[in-house]
Design a protein around this ligand. Structure first.
Ligand code: COI
Length: 358
């Protein structure tokens, strides 16, 4: 793929002080450049380019603005100690991108092209990959439907773009345990819906419940299944894992939860550590029963942004559980350390997950 590069003449100030102070936050700053590429039915993907970061001009009738035909991804580039810039499981991310695209009636992309685009934008803005522990360059590929027409139909024209955001931890307290409210009324997804696709609408639909939870003092919402409101699904920004009697239990991939790249990696690392992992339906009543019996060892979320986030408090029907005394559990800590050190190139990567930005 040929990529036309226009360098910025007005580089942004890098958030160096915020990085040093540990106050970068998540997704607040953007690098100097962005990658863009157009799609048109009959032509395919074309006009790959890197341009200075800039606002997009859209027709106010563009389909994305009315019917939400949009997908995005979450990835990170990490700075290794030797200053190489590393990607984690970019190919798997590309595969999930295409699954989301198919579900939303949008054009897919050759995974090689997707990875090449990521490499090109990260290479040009490699200096924007932060150095401080716990930071990374968050990558945000996105695709939007452009047809200026108010009838509901799949667009013929799309824009693909990638943004780079030097970021710290997703949760303001880093790896400290988070509090979760189990939502009983609202649902995130149902079988046959778009739950497994990374489309903006899934996140827009989650905000009302998240606001309600925040008002009650909780960081996040844990979604239950859409039919019986009984089985734990995911948190929205992360997949969930519960450790009961030493076994890690997580919801199965049946179309309602995001097939997390971190979820898959953690399952592999946990099995390789000799731990039992079950991907199965887990009732919230089973979680509570285990807690009452003293068998709920730990709970934690997994996600690109969240990495491994222990859950310290869980609230359901007015009963609050304090999990593992509200502290980081040993399995969460081990898996966090192991995953992060592979991502950073500190540990050997026996899985072939890490690739180097060229
Ligand atoms: C990620 O984990 O990178 C995501 O994209 C989740 C996002 C909603 C913060």
């Amino acid at each position: 793929m040929e990529i036309k590069v226009t360098h910025t003449t007005k580089p942004f100030a890098k958030p160096i002080e915020q990085e040093a102070a540990g106050s970068l936050g998540f997704g607040n700053y953007f690098s100097d450049h962005m990658f863009l590429m157009d799609y048109e039915e009959g032509i395919g993907w074309h006009n790959a380019r890197i341009e200075p970061y800039h606002p997009l001009a859209l027709d106010p009738a563009a389909a994305v603005l009315h019917y939400g035909q949009e997908i995005f991804e979450g990835m990170k580039a990490y700075r290794a100690k030797d200053n190489r810039i590393l990607f984690f499981r970019a190919k798997m991310n590309a595969a999930r991108w295409n699954q989301s695209a198919v579900r939303m009636c949008m054009p897919t992309m050759d995974p090689e092209l997707y990875c090449q685009a990521l490499n090109a934008i990260v290479d040009i803005d490699r200096d924007w990959t932060p150095h401080a522990p716990g930071t990374s360059l968050v990558l945000r590929p996105a695709m939007i439907a452009l047809d200026p027409c108010l009838s509901v139909h799949p667009s013929k024209k799309y824009l693909f773009f990638i943004l780079c955001s030097p970021s710290g931890a997703y949760y303001k307290n880093g790896m400290a345990p988070v509090s979760i409210y189990v939502e009983e009324h609202y649902i995130r997804a149902a079988v046959g819906g778009t739950g497994y696709a990374k489309c903006g609408g899934n996140y827009a639909g989650s905000m009302l419940a998240a606001e309600k939870a925040a008002e009650m003092g909780y960081d996040q919402v844990l979604w239950l299944d859409g039919i019986e409101h009984k089985y734990v699904e995911e948190v929205g920004s992360m997949n969930m894992m519960f450790v009961i009697d030493g076994t890690i239990i997580t919801a199965p991939l049946e179309g309602t939860i995001l097939p997390g790249v971190t979820r898959d990696s953690i399952i592999t690392l946990a099995k390789d550590a000799g731990w039992k992992v079950e991907e199965r339906k887990l009732g919230i009543d089973e979680v509570y029963q285990a807690a009452h019996d003293g068998r709920l060892d730990e709970a934690f979320g997994t996600g690109t942004a969240a990495v491994v986030s222990p859950v310290g408090r869980l609230s359901y029907r007015g009963e609050e559980l304090i999990i593992n005394h509200g502290e980081i559990g040993p399995k969460a800590q081990y898996l966090y350390d192991r995953l992060l050190n592979i991502q950073l190139g500190n540990y050997e990567d026996p899985y072939g997950w890490v690739t180097v930005c060229q």
